[in-house]
Design a protein around this ligand. Structure first.
Ligand code: 6GU
Length: 239
């Protein structure tokens, strides 16, 4: 997979050279290019923003530099990802979908966003996904681009050392993950749940599933499937 990122703070994306995505680059699984949007400005001050038509607080990113950046980078077959708090929710399912693409291009906006005409024009040329990583506000799309990239790259075939660990983690089965334990069996007077030491694999699987359901019901009632019933757990119906 090739990923391009356009930002006015390219240094923000430096962590992509480390850790999991860094390993993917070293093995040739991922090709990453980070670009400074100001490279596509033409004025002396390298202006990227201006006041909003219609008034209001904040600044809007001007269309011209973005237009030139996309003319160069938004080739046929590229999926344009625009991180924005007004986008569709980023989920594990969306990460899996993006992991099937050959190329992603992140357009990281700052201020109050990018002139809408840039995205409208891009829609005619490419798949455009406006994506939010949660119901809170960040200063710009860079941190969201990092999060989305890490979630996607670890799903690329051949990336994970042990693909089994992809199957069991939170959200892959629609539930939060069950609690985990390692040695020692007793620590500061706290014992590992005895079933995990029993060697009874069916009992362990059943215990883990029940723990996952309890945890999900307590923390994320919106995720509990209607078919799951646990009499001593209060499951609030999804909105
Ligand atoms: Cl993708 N961008 C910004 N600026 N804020 C956010 C977000 C994205 N997702 C949640 N908040």
């Amino acid at each position: 997979m090739r990923i391009d990122v356009v930002s006015i703070f390219p240094d923000y994306l430096a962590p992509l050279g480390l850790s999991l995505p860094g390993k993917a680059q070293a093995t040739g699984l991922l090709e990453l290019h980070v670009h400074d949007l100001r490279g596509w400005t033409r004025d002396r001050h390298r202006t990227v923003d201006d006041t909003p038509y219609g008034g209001g607080a904040g600044m809007v990113m001007k269309p011209e530099p973005w237009g030139e950046a996309l003319d160069e980078l938004l080739e046929p077959g590229v999926t344009l990802v625009v991180p924005t708090p007004s986008g569709e929710p980023f989920t594990q399912a969306l990460a899996r979908e993006l992991a099937t693409r050959d190329r992603l291009l992140f357009a990281c906006g700052r201020y109050e966003g990018i002139d809408q005409r840039v995205l409208d024009e891009a829609h005619g040329r490419a798949e455009v996904r406006e994506i939010s990583i949660g119901d809170y506000v960040l200063n710009g799309g860079e941190v969201a681009a990092l999060a989305i990239t890490e979630a996607v790259v670890r799903l690329l075939p051949g990336f994970m050392g042990n693909p089994e660990s992809l199957v069991e983690e939170s959200h892959e089965d629609g539930l939060l993950e069950y609690p985990v334990y390692t040695k020692p069996a007793s620590w500061r007077g706290r014992e590992v749940p005895p079933v995990l030491l029993s060697g009874d694999h069916a009992a362990i699987a059943a215990w883990r599933h029940e723990q996952a359901v309890r945890r999900t019901a307590a923390r994320r009632p919106d995720l509990v499937p209607a078919s799951v019933v646990l009499d001593d757990v209060e499951v609030r119906p999804a909105r």
